[in-house]
Design a binder for this molecule. Structure first.
Ligand SMILES: [Zn+2]
Length: 274
């Protein structure tokens, strides 16, 4: 009996001593915020869906995403640019592109969740169209994560797509941002030469694939439609298939940057996903 009690006491001490490392901070994504980086409308949806909904107005959103990770904050896409917030009528679209409005600056939305632009370690953009790179220079110290093919894509104005002094990592394919598999840039060319998407593995929500403009809205995704302005139709189709395969592999949701209906069902900053 006595040896049983002693044994139990020893066992109890042993068990009590166990959960030491359970209090270590989580070494993975902590939070993902969806920020409203623009709202727009375009006169003819068929610019994005050739032959479908010709002449029908298209309403879109332009979301940005802030991801908190123990090794640093990552901004995914930067929206239309905070200067648009001061334009009462918004910034008019050219050649059928959306007219963009901005209700609140990105800087103000970041401040609301306790962040200054200098707190951002990485800025990754899906591509270099103006509704995605509008605020890149709000973060002059942040490391740009961009495909080399996009960085070097000749611009219509004959100038660089980024300021040459902005720190940049020019990627050639997929990239595991923090080396732990939690945030992975995926090469998804076609909309532009170096388009990329982002796979984020959230501890509670699960895996989420942020589309960029590999697809613009759900109906185009379901029907695998390719907008007429994309630089490469075959590569766009291949990228969509690759995304579908990776979503199946990771049980990932698809969050479509410009899809207004989907966006209205999602929580926006200061609320977040974890
Ligand atoms: Zn876009």
């Amino acid at each position: 009996m006595q040896s049983f009690l002693v044994g139990s006491a020893i066992l109890g001490l042993f068990l009590w001593a166990q959960p030491v490392h359970a209090q270590a901070p989580a070494k993975t994504v902590e939070r993902l915020y969806i920020l409203n980086c623009g709202e727009g409308d375009a006169p003819d949806q068929s610019r994005w869906s050739p032959g479908v909904n010709v002449g029908k107005r298209l309403d879109v959103v332009d979301n940005c995403y802030l991801i908190r990770h123990p090794q640093g904050n990552l901004m995914w896409d930067t929206g239309v640019g905070d200067a648009v917030a001061a334009m009462p009528e918004g910034r008019a679209g050219q050649s059928g592109a959306p007219t963009w409005r901005l209700a609140r600056t990105l800087a103000a939305q970041l401040a609301e969740i306790g962040l200054k632009p200098s707190d951002i370690r990485y800025v990754a953009v899906s591509h270099t169209h103006p509704d995605h790179i509008g605020n890149v220079e709000l973060f002059p110290q942040a490391m740009l994560l961009v495909q080399k093919a996009e960085y070097e894509w000749p611009s219509p104005l004959g100038v660089g797509r980024f300021k040459p002094e902005h720190p940049a990592t020019k990627l050639e394919g997929d990239h595991d941002v923090f080396g732990d598999g939690s945030i992975t840039i995926l090469s998804t060319p076609g909309h532009t030469p170096g388009h990329q998407s982002l796979l984020v593995k959230l501890p509670k929500t699960g895996a989420v694939l942020l589309s960029g403009d590999a697809v613009h809205f759900k109906d185009n995704w379901e029907n695998r439609r390719v907008p007429s302005q994309n630089v490469d139709k075959d590569k766009t189709a291949a990228s969509m298939q690759r995304m579908a395969d990776l979503m199946a592999l990771n049980s990932a949701q698809l969050w479509i940057n410009h899809d207004k209906a989907q966006s209205e069902s999602q929580r926006k900053a200061p609320e977040f996903y974890e």
